[in-house]
Structure formats: structure tokens, C-alpha cells
Design a binder for this molecule. Structure first.
Ligand code: AP5
Length: 305
């Protein structure tokens, strides 16, 4: 629980092959909250031959989405377990606008709230290449990239020794459908969280380590509810003029909290675009409104660098 009494939910969104699972397996450990991947849950149901697994099978094999109600019930059921008391890291859910809207209501009824939606952006051609070379461990779900049609290494999971396999829905013709479905059904979900100022766009077309660093820097304090008061803050004069909202207009943050309020810089939009934070070199976040539980700072005095 955070200081406001709400259980924090972190979303990891992105197209098939964007690296959600790869990053989530590391981040949930760091945050000490469970990683709940709707795709992993569905595959586990299929392996156990449950009614849900059998119902989901045909949809998954075609690269279609499993019906909303089945998935929402499955994820909410998982969130009832005791290990989620401090929060949860949801990977691949919600996937449709309807799932997002229902989830918002059901989460609120469970004193839970989405704190941030991390969105991994990767070009389509890179997604196709990554998925074609992906091998997985059926036991621990670890993924291994391969640049040939053969499995990497000796074909066994380094962590648990199990035989690696390729997912049936990773066949090229199914992958294309998964990407089409993503563009049609899931992009509105991205917009849904952007409208609520919860979306953080992350360039996922970089090394696994670089993506991880950016994700970590955007998660500071989210789970513990200790969002710090002070950030490296950048102001855009142009955006100030464009946006009718009050105190937060024009602010862009880097991911790091800092000790003093003096870490502010002001300039034109171009001064900030494509620059890392000049103080700590982290990536600047997209322009945004208030972080939900951050205190509103007084209006900044102009400060040129
Ligand atoms: P799901 O299992 O969720 O699949 P997905 O969203 O299509 O995503 P993937 O698991 O394919 O990719 P990923 O982003 O996790 O990438 P990964 O880290 O493995 O869903 C499967 C099916 O279940 C759906 O089609 C649907 O039928 C059903 N379903 C699931 N959720 C649903 C929902 N909410 N509603 C309805 N139906 C639902 O990485 C991919 C590869 O790239 C790996 O080899 C990895 O090593 C490599 N890699 C990762 N990052 C990098 C990097 N930075 N650089 C280079 N290589 C990288």
C-alpha cells in the first residue's frame, strides 16, 4: 500500500515482442511486487487443461484476443492473492479499451489504482525479427534470443535446464495478425492512459539494459508511495502558452528525484527535445501533467542556462 491507502498497480504495455516480459521479469524483482502477465496466465491455464485454457486456445493460436470478460476475471482473480498486497506489475493487460475501463472500476472497488502505464515503443520490423528468434523456457518463462533457426546454446534453459521451445503463435503468419490486432485494439488503451496523464513512453528499440535503466528511473517511489517532492524540471515557454492547465503546464521531468527545488531549466521546446537531462543525463520524460500524488510546486521563476 502507498501512503494514500491505495494498492499501486503498474502497467507495462507495448506490441508483441516489445520486450515486456524481458523487462518485467527483472523489474518485479526489483520492486518486490509480483509480475502478472495475462499471456503467461493463459498459457498456464492451457497447460493445465482448465476450461479457461481450452476456451482461450483457438483465439491464441490465431493471434486473436481472448474475450474481454474471461481475461478480466482471470487477472482480477490473480489480484486477490496475498502476494499482491503491496501492488502488482501487470504485463500485457489491459489490451482493449473495454478491458481498461472495466479494470479501472474493478481496481477502484479493491482500493487499487494504476499509478503508471509504461509503454515500450518498438518499430514493427524489429518486433517481427525479435519474435522470429525467440526461444522460451516452459518452466521459468525466461526468453532467449537466437539469430538462426536453431535454439541458442545447447537448447536448454540456463536457469532451470528445461528444453527451450518456440511459441505456436510466434509463426510469421500469426505474428502479423497479432500486430494488426494490437494496432486496432490496443492503441486506444495507450491513448486512454495518455489522456489520464499516466503514460510514460519508453524507446524500447535499444539494448535491454538501456531500456531497463529508463524504466527503473520512471518507477522511483511508485510502489512505496514515496514520490519525492523535487525533480529535475524543464519548462517549455511554448508549451506553457499552448496548454490551458495551471501549475504543471510545460513541465517535463527527468526520471530522477533530487534534493533541492533549484534544479529547473527553462527554454524553448527545441532546447529540450532529444536531450538527456543536463544534470543527471537520464532520458527526459514526455511533457506531462501532474504526477498523481506529487505535490504542486509554486510557479517557477525564469532561469536561463
Ligand atoms: P502475450 O503472451 O502477452 O504476448 P504479446 O503481448 O504478444 O507479447 P510477447 O510475449 O510476444 O512479447 P513481449 O513484449 O513480452 O516480448 P519479450 O520480452 O518476450 O499474449 C499472447 C496471447 O495471449 C495474445 O495474442 C492473446 O491471444 C492472449 N492474451 C494475452 N493477454 C491478453 C489480454 N489482456 N486480452 C486478450 N487476450 C490476451 O521479447 C521478445 C524477444 O525479444 C525475446 O527473444 C527477447 O529476448 C528479445 N528482446 C527483448 N528486449 C530486447 C531488446 N531491448 N533488444 C533486443 N532483443 C530484445
Amino acid at each position: 500500500m502507498t501512503t494514500d491507502g491505495y494498492r499501486p498497480i503498474i502497467l507495462l504495455l507495448g506490441p508483441p515482442g516489445a520486450g515486456k516480459g524481458t523487462q518485467a521479469r527483472f523489474l518485479h524483482d526489483k520492486l518486490a511486487v509480483p509480475h502478472i502477465a495475462s499471456g503467461d496466465l493463459l498459457r498456464a491455464h492451457r497447460r493445465r487443461g482448465t476450461a479457461l485454457g481450452n476456451a482461450a486456445q483457438a483465439y491464441m493460436d490465431r493471434g486473436e484476443l481472448v474475450p474481454d470478460q474471461l481475461v478480466v476475471d482471470m487477472v482480477m482473480d490473480r489480484l486477490e492473492r496475498a502476494d499482491t498486497v503491496r501492488g502488482a506489475f501487470l504485463d500485457g493487460f489491459p489490451r482493449t479499451l473495454s478491458q481498461a475501463q472495466v479494470a479501472d472500476q474493478l481496481l477502484a472497488a479493491r482500493r487499487s489504482v494504476v499509478r503508471v502505464a509504461l509503454y515500450l515503443e518498438v518499430p514493427t520490423e524489429v518486433l517481427v525479427e525479435r519474435i522470429a528468434g525467440r526461444w522460451l523456457c516452459p518452466s521459468c518463462q525466461a526468453t532467449y534470443p537466437s539469430h538462426s533457426s536453431a535454439p541458442p546454446g545447447n537448447g536448454r534453459c540456463v536457469a532451470c535446464g528445461d528444453q527451450l521451445y518456440q511459441r505456436a503463435d510466434d509463426r510469421p503468419e500469426v505474428v502479423q495478425n497479432r500486430i494488426d490486432v494490437y494496432l486496432r485494439e490496443t492503441l486506444p488503451v495507450i491513448e486512454h492512459y495518455a489522456r489520464r496523464d499516466l503514460l510514460v513512453r519508453v524507446d524500447g528499440n535499444r539494448s535491454i539494459e538501456a531500456v531497463r535503466t529508463t524504466l527503473c528511473s520512471n518507477l522511483g517511489g511508485v510502489v512505496r508511495g514515496l514520490r519525492h517532492n523535487h525533480w529535475h524540471v524543464y519548462f517549455s515557454d511554448q508549451f506553457r502558452a499552448d496548454d490551458g492547465r495551471s501549475d504543471w503546464r510545460g513541465r517535463t521531468l527527468c526520471g530522477r528525484h533530487v534534493d533541492s527545488r533549484s534544479s529547473r531549466e527553462r527554454g524553448s521546446e527545441d532546447d529540450f527535445r532529444a536531450h538527456p537531462c543536463r544534470r543527471c543525463q537520464l532520458e527526459l520524460r514526455a511533457r506531462q501533467g501532474p504526477i498523481p500524488d506529487a505535490p504542486v510546486l509554486p510557479t517557477a521563476q525564469p532561469q536561463h542556462t
